[in-house]
Design a protein around this ligand. Structure first.
Ligand SMILES: O=C(O)CCC(=O)C(=O)O
Ligand SMILES: [Fe+2]
Length: 368
């Protein structure tokens, strides 16, 4: 039977042969690693960002807080919770050490990701999809079909839930990709839940408040891969954005490139071995009624070394309505946002480009 010609978005990516995908997609959909591997020594115009987007206003003076979690479950809990609360309020970002995810689990997670991006493009394209709702996909930029200028980033993004259902959809190369990811995902998920308890307490809410609101939580992973770039000052790995979800837990390698917007300066998040970068997403900004902010951040690239980061987005279930916690709303602090179902929030965001705070702004209640 002749195959029916459907537009790419409605095709199941797993049912397409590599040749079918090649015919359908422009060459830049294959990613920036492919571009570099094919000998590109200059930055194609489509990656050049407008000057205001790549403004360099760096601050070398400041560093995001580093919090030791070793006392979180012990006598030092209240001091640790207080430090977390301060970091959430002042920065929206912090590093954690002694977080319970072992060095070997972290190293293996990095290694299998790096090995994946070094596979031939044909192998990675088995997972290519432009469908932002796909629960498992390899792609490039942010939303390669819509982005006006492209980002110097390839990525692999996949859901972790339900784990037994998702594991068989993950890449089968490198051979230990699934095993190492299943291990990392369990450990990082436990840490996310522990941190959310501490964040609840830091807001004066019952310890399990946020975990209970999240219910049957969602957990997505994204490997971000940034090859060395011919003209790094003209482009970005990821432009400034806030994360839409609940909590992001990021592991970065030793190259560096993450920057956080703090008091109008881009502050460099230096890589510190065995730490994780934690930041609050838009859903925590809403739930905390603006006490905590989901802060803008970006990834710059460099001409010498490729860089990899692994983000875990831990958030509410897609059907959960997120609204300011009633305990944080009163006559002197009225609700700043109306509630929104998390899945709808993501739909509004991902159908467009990576707009700064646009969906949050739409949810703002008229305070006048
Ligand atoms: O690669 C990084 O350091 C940042 C990644 C990031 O912001 C994201 O995945 O949302
Ligand atoms: Fe991010």
């Amino acid at each position: 039977m002749a195959s029916t010609a459907l537009p790419p978005t409605s095709l199941n990516p797993y049912q397409q042969t590599h040749e079918e995908k090649e015919q359908q997609y422009p060459v830049h959909y294959r990613g920036v690693k492919d571009l570099v591997d094919n000998g590109s020594r200059t930055l194609p115009q489509i990656y050049v960002k407008p000057p205001d987007e790549r403004l360099v206003i760096n601050s070398d003076q400041q560093q995001i807080p580093l919090i030791d979690l070793s006392e979180l479950e012990g006598a030092g809990r209240s001091a640790t919770v207080e430090a977390i609360g301060r970091a959430c309020r002042d920065w929206g970002f912090f590093l954690v050490k002694n977080h319970g995810v072992s060095e070997s689990t972290m190293e293996n997670e990095m290694r299998v990701g790096r090995e994946f991006f070094h596979l031939p493009t044909e192998e990675k394209m088995r997972y290519f999809s432009t469908d932002h709702k796909s629960r498992m996909r390899y792609a490039t930029s942010f939303n390669v079909k819509e982005d006006k200028t492209l980002n110097w980033r390839d990525f692999l993004r996949y859901s972790c839930k339900p784990l037994e259902e998702m594991v068989p959809l993950w890449p089968d190369k490198p051979t230990d990709f699934r095993k190492e990811n299943a291990e990392y995902i369990r450990k990082i998920g436990d840490l996310a839940s522990i941190l959310l308890s501490a964040i609840s307490e830091s807001l004066g809410l019952p310890s399990e408040y946020i975990n209970e609101v999240y219910g049957d939580y969602s957990q997505y992973m994204a490997y971000n891969f940034y090859p060395a770039c011919p003209n790094p000052e003209q482009t970005l790995g990821l432009p400034g954005h806030s994360d839409p979800g609940g909590l992001t837990l990021l592991m970065q390698d030793d190259v560096g490139g993450l920057q956080v917007l703090h008091e109008d300066h881009w502050v460099v998040v230096r890589p510190v071995p065995n730490t994780l970068v934690i930041n609050l997403g838009d859903q925590l900004q809403i739930l905390s009624n603006d006490i905590y902010k989901s802060v803008e951040h970006r990834a710059v690239v460099n001409s010498n070394r490729e860089r990899i980061s692994v983000a875990t987005a831990y958030g509410p279930s897609m059907s959960t309505l997120i609204a300011p916690a009633p305990q944080l709303v009163n006559s002197s602090s009225p609700a700043v946002y109306k509630g929104c179902v998390y899945g709808d929030f993501l739909d509004s965001l991902e159908s467009g480009s990576l707009h700064k705070k646009s969906v949050l702004d739409c949810l703002k209640l008229d305070m006048s």
